[in-house]
Design a protein around this ligand. Structure first.
Ligand code: FAD
Length: 337
């Protein structure tokens, strides 16, 4: 494990933002991680753990050490007729883990196909897509306390997973490095077709779902047709979280905006942030080198050469106009550094 100086992060974030790390290291196994924990450069500097860089926006050079996670390996821990328990190291590419599971006929990850990034970042924001969330299958998270180097196992409950949220993004922010996760998957058919876009796609294409791979393939095709590819245009997926309001607040809003899309979730109502942004006239708008994607208003893009600050300025303008028009507060999903 070598510590490099003044390292470019441009190719390590899907926004394609130009930024440098004062120090930089790659870790390939837990031994290297332990070596790093006792290194004076690590101990004396600010730290940032990086996976695929698909949920991060660098607004300036990082005046500390960036550690790129390359710790690989997936193992089946237990298996019976009904379930399989698998452990994945955190540097595994998320979709490789999905493929590992779906190829073996294990149900539970197929709706989360093709989400960019690494396994270790998945519990950070309880990744979700197409009607599913990581928390439905997560059993535990192994994480090292960055200050002491001691490993702790968090049960699913202890991770405090919520909508695009976890204890690692809140109370324990910047305190733990996630080294592995354990998932409990189903071997007996358990399809989740609650998400209308997915069920419509399956109907339209006359796909009779027989395996988790059938769903994984469908989700992958839908995603490819809808989401901008960061290799072609810099972005970090949804820039903002969807908005949750009380039923009373929603009743007030829907009187003014009868076509407001919404999803009832327990005591609250979810309003798609993309719709709010679009109704404020931002879809396809460009401010300097930063912009709002022409098909997905929730996705901010780097048209080329944008700085992180330019993207943040655009985000702030969008937040202000949504606040002014609807009285609702948009919160970024992306980690702004
Ligand atoms: C085109 C596109 C589509 C997307 N679609 C979705 C989607 O459908 N659903 C969804 O939930 N997300 C989506 N995302 C967001 C992103 O892919 C996920 O949040 C993903 O989990 C980020 O993984 P990463 O490895 O790239 O994390 P990074 O961007 O590298 O890191 C994100 C945060 O996690 C921290 N972190 C990373 N690894 C560790 C670790 N091992 N231990 C501790 N902290 C760590 C980082 O410090 C940072 O704060 C999308 C992004 C893009 C570009």
């Amino acid at each position: 494990m070598k510590i490099l100086k003044n390292y470019s992060l441009s190719k390590l974030n899907t926004f394609g933002i130009r930024a440098f790390a004062r120090f930089f290291a790659e870790v390939e196994n837990e031994e290297e991680l332990k070596e790093l924990f006792v290194d004076p450069v690590f101990k004396e500097n600010k730290k940032f753990f990086l996976g695929g860089g698909s949920n991060v926006l660098f607004t300036k050079d990082f005046d500390g050490i960036v550690i790129l996670n390359k710790i690989k390996g997936i193992k089946i821990l237990e298996e019976d007729d009904k379930t399989a328990v698998i452990r994945s190291m955190s540097g595994v590419i998320w979709h490789d883990l999905v493929t590992f599971a779906t190829e073996r006929g294990y149900w539970g990850l197929e709706n989360l196909s093709l989400i960019p990034g690494t396994v270790g970042a998945a519990p950070m924001q309880n990744i979700g897509a197409y009607g599913a969330e990581l928390r439905e299958v997560l059993q535990s998270v192994e994480a090292f306390n960055i200050a002491t180097g001691i490993k702790r196992i968090f049960s699913r409950e202890e991770c405090e997973l919520g909508y695009r949220d976890s204890i690692f993004k809140n109370k324990l922010k910047n305190q733990y490095f996630i080294s592995a996760i354990t998932l409990k998957l189903n071997k007996i058919e358990k399809k989740n077709l609650t998400y209308k876009i997915l069920s419509d796609y399956l109907d339209k294409n006359k796909i009779n779902v027989r395996s988790p791979k059938d769903i994984s393939d469908a989700v992958s095709s839908i995603r490819k047709s809808k989401l901008p590819d960061p290799r072609l245009i810099g972005n970090a997926g949804s820039f903002f979280k969807n908005v949750f309001v009380t039923k009373d607040k929603f009743e007030d809003l829907v009187k003014i905006y009868p076509d407001m899309p919404h999803f009832k979730e327990d005591e609250e109502v979810k309003i798609p942030a993309g719709w709010l942004i679009e109704r404020c006239g931002w879809k396809g708008k460009r401010v300097g080198n930063a912009g709002v994607h022409e098909k997905q208003a929730l996705v901010l893009v780097n048209h080329g050469g944008a700085t992180g600050e330019e993207i943040v300025e655009l985000a702030n303008k969008i937040i202000a106009s949504v606040k002014e028009k609807f009285g609702l507060k948009l919160v970024p999903e992306v980690n702004i550094v």
